[in-house]
Design a protein around this ligand. Structure first.
Ligand code: AMP
Length: 419
């Protein structure tokens, strides 16, 4: 497919040609027509997929089609993004793809003198790309209002959440007009993000870019069924295997990552957690320690793990099953790189079985189960398991428990059998 078949107007097509783009990326091919039709959009996509152009091109086209002449420009499009770097990149993309449209944009972020930003706002712009804090600050000072916004883009929503911007985002949402077209981008879809999307979007079209699953084939994958309260103990048990020189461990939440790291340290395993609550320096330090093999286990959330590229990483352990199947592929794709060996263990409790089903559907194979481990699943009922947080398991000590229990047998299955 070529851009020219997406009904993109000439001034934008010309700019794309000048940029050297001929073929849309998968997310662009899917999202651009939907946004041009006026739909709200929920997109599951990571940086690097071409997602910026997937929203910038159709928004520019809409703005161009209904541009006013001779009036002071009003802010008709707001793009919210978590970091200064992303804000600058996005503004540059609008600039590049919109260079023959006459539309203008500006970028607002904190940590710098606000005067050049406010001067630009006073002159009037069509598109504002902003980080939440500075935007609210300038709104508070009366330099801008959002009442004319017709197109709203929330970029990297999961990272916003991870960086603690949810409150600011909600305040900004409250200042936007009810009637607008909203585009929502997130690389992962944790429950809070799903909730936020539902609050913002009206009957959205959904697009999701599936990562390449070719790496998945060479990775040895295993499932271990275990109750939630025994997951840490199972992890410590697994790490008794000296062959595991280092492992990247994933949890769904920051809190979970901290808890796992603490637990491992208390069991004499050198571990560190890496997530959005930690400073950039602390994250870099943790990563360097892991790469230098001074830390044996790095515990990460999905978002914090982005950009972690460790050569010769052989083991990935999912303490929590990801609720988005693509996330599973991203996680285990950290190992088995460049022909190296790779092994992935995933701990699955009763509530997570539905995630496992989705994952197996995506990778089109069933993942072999390791049975006979010391913490077999006892609680097979999702609801019961959800309310069993009062149960303390075995007090958090690794070691055999409930061995030989026949209840676990029912869940020990061979690949290919249904659960
Ligand atoms: P993004 O995921 O939006 O950060 O984009 C990733 C990179 O891909 C950026 O450097 C874009 O300039 C580039 N890019 C986006 N769309 C295309 C395309 N259709 N053809 C070639 N490069 C592209």
């Amino acid at each position: 497919m070529q851009f020219s078949s997406l009904e993109i107007i000439d001034p934008i097509l010309k700019a794309l040609t000048e940029e050297g783009y001929t073929n849309p990326t998968p997310i662009q091919a899917e999202a651009i027509p939907l946004v041009l039709e006026g739909n709200d959009l929920l997109a599951c996509a990571q940086t690097g997929t071409g997602k910026t152009a997937a929203f910038a091109i159709p928004v520019l086209q809409h703005l161009y089609g209904s541009r006013m002449h001779g009036e002071k420009r009003r802010i008709r499009c707001l793009v919210l993004t978590p970091t200064r770097e992303l804000a600058v990149q996005i503004a540059e993309s609008f600039e590049a793809y919109g260079r023959h449209t006459g539309l203008t944009n500006t970028v607002l972020f904190g940590g710098v003198n606000q005067n050049p930003q406010t001067a630009r706002l006073v002159r009037g712009v069509d598109i504002v790309v902003a980080t939440p804090g500075r935007l609210l600050d300038l709104m508070g000072q009366g330099f801008l209002n959002l009442r004319d916004v017709e197109y709203f883009v929330l970029d990297e929503a999961d990272r916003m959440l991870d960086m603690g911007f949810m409150h600011d985002v909600k305040r900004i949402l409250a200042a936007l007009p009810k009637k607008k077209q909203s585009l929502f981008f997130s690389a992962t879809m944790p429950p809070e993000i799903v909730k936020l999307a539902a609050a913002i979007l009206h009957n959205p079209s959904k697009v999701s870019v599936t990562p390449v699953s070719s790496t998945v084939e060479i990775i040895n994958q295993h499932i271990l069924f275990v109750d939630k309260e025994n997951k840490n103990s199972l992890l410590a048990h697994l790490l008794q295997n000296k062959e595991i020189k280092n492992a990247l461990v994933f949890t769904r939440t920051k809190h979970g990552a901290d808890k796992v790291a603490k637990f491992l340290i208390s069991h004499s395993v050198k571990a560190e957690a890496i997530h959005g609550n930690k400073s950039q320096n602390a994250r870099q330090r943790a990563l360097n320690n892991f790469k230098a093999q001074e830390t044996r286990v790095l515990v990460a959330t999905d978002i914090a793990a982005r950009g972690i590229d460790v050569d010769e990483l052989e083991y990935v352990i999912n303490v929590d099953m990801p609720n988005i199947p693509e996330t599973y592929v991203h996680r285990i794709g950290r190992t088995g790189r460049a022909g190296a060996k790779g092994t992935a263990y995933s701990f699955c409790n009763a509530e997570e079985k539905e995630f496992l089903r989705d994952i197996e559907k995506l990778i089109a194979k069933s993942i072999p189960v390791i049975d006979g481990h010391p913490f077999p699943m006892m609680n097979h009922n999702p609801e019961k398991s959800a309310t069993s947080s009062s149960s303390k398991g075995n007090g958090g000590h690794p070691g055999p428990r409930q061995q030989g229990n026949t209840g676990a047998k029912r869940w020990n299955r061979k690949p290919g059998k249904s659960r």
